[in-house]
Structures are given as C-alpha cells and as structure tokens.
Design a binder for this molecule. Structure first.
Ligand SMILES: *[C@@H]1O[C@H](CO)[C@@H](O)[C@H](O)[C@H]1NC(C)=O
Ligand SMILES: *[C@@H]1O[C@H](CO)[C@@H](O)[C@H](O)[C@H]1NC(C)=O
Ligand SMILES: *[C@@H]1O[C@H](CO)[C@@H](O)[C@H](O)[C@H]1NC(C)=O
Length: 450
C-alpha cells in the first residue's frame, strides 16, 4: 500500500473527546437533490443522449476488464459481486448537505443505493475537479480520525481498511467496478441536514463516519465531490443514521427543480400523492447490501408479454435478477424482453421508427400533437407499477437541427441480463425504502411540493 507513505502529518487529527450524546435518534432528516443535468440549458434531445450515454456506460463497464474481475482482484468484490457495482461514477442525482462545525462545509454526493460507503474529497493529494472547495479539515472543530482499535479498522466492513500502527491512522481504500478508486482516512464529524418537515430548521448529527478521500481517481466529472452509499451495509448513510427507512422523490428530469431525499420513514405518504400507494417486498439476492425486487411480468398496452417471473429472477450462475437503482438513468431489461417490448410498441404505434442511442424512437409527423403511446405496466410482487407516460416516453422537441420524435426510454441490459429500474422511470414518484418492513413503497406524487 504505497499510498500510505504519502499520508501527510497534518492528518494527525486530535482525537477529541466525544462531546455529544452517542446514538442517533430515528429523526427524519431532509436534504435536497439535484439532477446532474438540471438547469444547464440542454435540449431534450441532448438530455436523452446524455442519459443514454451514462446508462450504457453503466452497463458496459459491468464486464470486468481481463484480470480485474472479482476473483482476480479480491478487493473489488464487495462492490462488484452480484454483478452490479456502481460501475459508472457519472451520477444522476447529487445529495447536498454539510459536514463539520461550526460552519458546515458543503458536499454534493452521488446518491447511490448500490454501495455502502460515504466519502468526499478532503485534504486532497490527488483529486478530480469539483466546483466548490473540498473539505478543509482544519476548519472543523469536531472532525477526528477513527482510531486503529475501532472495529471499522480492525474488522473491515469495507473493501480494504487498515491502520498505520505508529500513527494510529485508520485508512481505507475503496474500489468500484469501473476501476475508480478512493483512498484516504476514515474520520468522523457532524453532518448537517435540513429537518423534515421543511421549516428551515437544521439537524446536526454528530459522529458520522466517512472517508476523507485524499487520492481519488476514476470516472468523476458531474460536479460531485464524492459518493453517498445508501445500501444496507453498516457504513452507509441510512445505516449510520439508524433510520428505519429513507425515501426520495425525483422531480421531472427535464425541469430543474430540486428533489427531496428523506432519511427516516416519511409518516404521511398521502401528502402530495397523485395516485395509489403500493408496496412490494424486497427480494433476496446474492448481495445482501443491495435492493432487489421480484418482477413477474410486463404489459404493453393490453398485451401481457410472454415472460414470467423466472425471466427476471436470479439464475444459478448469478446472472439475471431485478434491482432498483438510484444511480441508473434508464431502465434496462434482459435483451429478449427488451426486443419483445420494442416489437410490441412497433405493432401498436402506427408510425415509422428507428433505434436512437439504444432506444426505440418514432418519427412524429405532426409536431403539435404528441403521439398516443400504449400504457406500460411493471408487474411486481403485490404491486402493479403503471408508469405514467412521462416515465417511459420522451417527446423530443426538435430545434437546434435535432429531429422531432418520440422515444421509448428503455434499454437492453448487457451480458449480466439483470433488470435495473432506473430513475427516469421513477420521476414524480415518492419511492420509500422501508428497511424495517423490508419492502419498497411507491406512490405517484408532486415531488416539487414535498
Ligand atoms: C482551512 O481552514 C483553516 C482554518 O480555518 C484556514 O486557516 C485555512 O486557510 C483553510 N485552508 C484553505 C485551503 O482554505
Ligand atoms: C458544474 O457546475 C457548473 C455550474 O454550477 C456548470 O457550469 C458546469 O457545466 C458543471 N459541470 C459538469 C461537468 O457538470
Ligand atoms: C416460466 O416460463 C417457462 C418457459 O417459458 C416455463 O418453463 C416455466 O415453468 C415458467 N415458470 C413459472 C413459474 O410459471
């Protein structure tokens, strides 16, 4: 671990005596989310292509490079096993909150339900560019390093952690499936969120652990300063906050309103609901830190496609399965299912079509009127998710020399054959991860009013 020798002496952080009460109440906290492309003046056409590029990169990078597979490189295992890691760091939604006291310093972290560690750029030795300063450890009165005797250091729980015995510095290295890496020191400090309901009050939660990332390289470049893992592992943000659940409500991707994320189970799901509340149990899968679902079938228009639950379940070889993924832009289905959906849309929509960026797009001859599209329903265990039109269809508005057209925003999965429910399909839906009851609850909602 040569990087360690570079750990600067300034990182001898004074171990402050714990000042505030340990243990965090199951408070309901709030932070706001922004879509990475929001407010940047892209046309719908550009937005679609950008989403498609990110989504395809996430699929492509699933196949490990030769010699860098989970078996060849054991430290990649915790995030790449189960075939889904956060392969592409070009994130979709960034969660904003503050770290440190007395003045909380800004972080903008990718909300990632597919990983379990929280880190931000900090005391940079090798960092990627971010649009605001990285955390300045000297400016926080409450930051301190986690000691070597701490279980997080001695027993792992992370891909790789350890300590420099002489200096008592607990360090970590965290690898992602796309060969992105962060290395630094495990520290703890106060995180400052908004309190829910959104009355302007803030909630400061002391002693949360995160990676102070000093050497960070890989696929970054969406104005994030790090990653907030929301998986089920012990170091994820929800696990550390000891909340019984969390939820997010993504506003429309083509608008630029911020979206809320709630840490703590929301008590009133009827608030701002525009449709029925449904729930589906989380399914078991090969990686206990991920959020799997049981998908049983798909209907397009009035036609139930000829696939049953076994198509979407895990196969003996570890392929397949269905996962809800906050870091995936466009929902993807096993190739045979994708092709069947495409054929069904073509059969039901009497317009010329073409494949654009891996998606089926129809030419719309009359610009003024968006063409009617068949309904699309995902049949989950105990719940039928009727997707509103804007959650699987995008009407391109032409302009800038772009074509008009109407696209069905879904993709074919790569070799893993895994179904991933991405965030385009989750717009204007309050999605609750109820960890206590081990189920996903969802309700169509006016997210910008929450
Ligand atoms: C970090 O914070 C310290 C203490 O507030 C300050 O003296 C120093 O200038 C800051 N460093 C940077 C790079 O902003
Ligand atoms: C980062 O944010 C700035 C403004 O906030 C924006 O101009 C820039 O394009 C963003 N860069 C990326 C890569 O998203
Ligand atoms: C699913 O379909 C396959 C073939 O299409 C069939 O062999 C299998 O028995 C079906 N499974 C269930 C649970 O219906």
């Amino acid at each position: 671990m040569p990087a360690l020798q570079l750990l600067p002496y300034a990182l001898f952080l004074t171990a402050l005596l714990a000042s505030s009460a340990a243990g965090h109440a199951a408070a309901s906290l709030r932070a706001h989310l922004t879509h990475v492309d929001s407010g940047r003046g892209f046309t719908k056409h550009q937005l679609l292509r950008r989403m498609a590029a990110r989504s395809l990169a996430r699929i492509d990078s699933r196949c490990p490079a030769p010699g860098r597979g989970a078996n060849a490189h054991p430290v990649t295992a915790p995030v790449s096993r189960g075939t889904v890691g956060i392969e592409n760091m070009q994130s979709e939604y960034l969660v904003h909150f503050g770290i440190g006291t007395p003045r909380p310093q800004r972080v903008a972290l990718t909300l990632d339900t597919g990983s379990d560690f929280v880190w931000t750029q900090c005391f940079c030795q090798v960092c990627f560019p971010q649009p605001f300063p990285a955390i300045n450890i000297s400016a926080s009165g409450t930051i301190h390093g986690v000691s070597c005797s701490d279980p997080v250091c001695s027993q792992g729980g992370l891909a790789l952690s350890g300590c420099t015995a002489r200096d008592n510095i607990c360090f970590y290295t965290y690898f992602y499936g796309d060969n992105s890496i962060t290395t630094g020191q495990i520290v703890e400090d106060t995180f400052t969120f908004q309190q829910a309901p959104n009355d302007g009050k803030v909630a400061a939660v002391p002693k949360l652990r995160f990676g102070c990332g000093m050497f960070n390289t890989g696929l970054f470049g969406s104005n994030e300063s790090g990653i907030a893992g929301f998986g089920r592992g012990p170091l994820s943000l929800p696990s550390q906050l000891k909340v019984g659940g969390f939820s997010y409500c993504f506003t429309n991707i083509v608008e630029s309103r911020t979206s809320p994320v709630f840490l703590g189970t929301p008590d009133d799901l009827q608030a701002q609901a525009t449709g029925p509340i449904q729930s589906t149990p989380f399914a078991r899968g090969p990686d206990s830190t991920k959020y799997y679902l049981s998908l049983k079938g798909i209907t397009v228009g009035k036609t139930r496609l000829p696939f049953n639950a076994s198509t979407f379940a895990f196969k003996g070889d570890g392929s397949g399965g269905t996962m809800i993924d906050s870091g995936l832009s466009i929902t993807k289905f096993p190739r045979a299912v994708f092709l069947s959906i495409v054929e069904e849309f073509k059969a039901q929509v009497p317009l010329p079509s073409d494949m654009v960026a891996g998606m089926l797009c129809f030419s719309a001859p009359h610009k003024k009127k968006a063409p009617a599209m068949p309904k699309m329903t995902l049949h989950l265990e105990d719940a039928d998710w009727d997707l509103p039109r804007e959650n699987y269809v995008l009407d391109l508005d032409g302009g800038d020399g772009d074509d008009d057209g109407t696209c069905v925003v879904i993709h074919a999965a790569g070799e893993s054959g895994m179904t991933g429910i991405g965030n385009f399909q989750q717009q204007n839906t309050h999605v609750v991860y109820d960890l206590e009851s081990n189920k996903l609850v969802f309700v169509p909602a006016r997210c910008d009013k929450l």
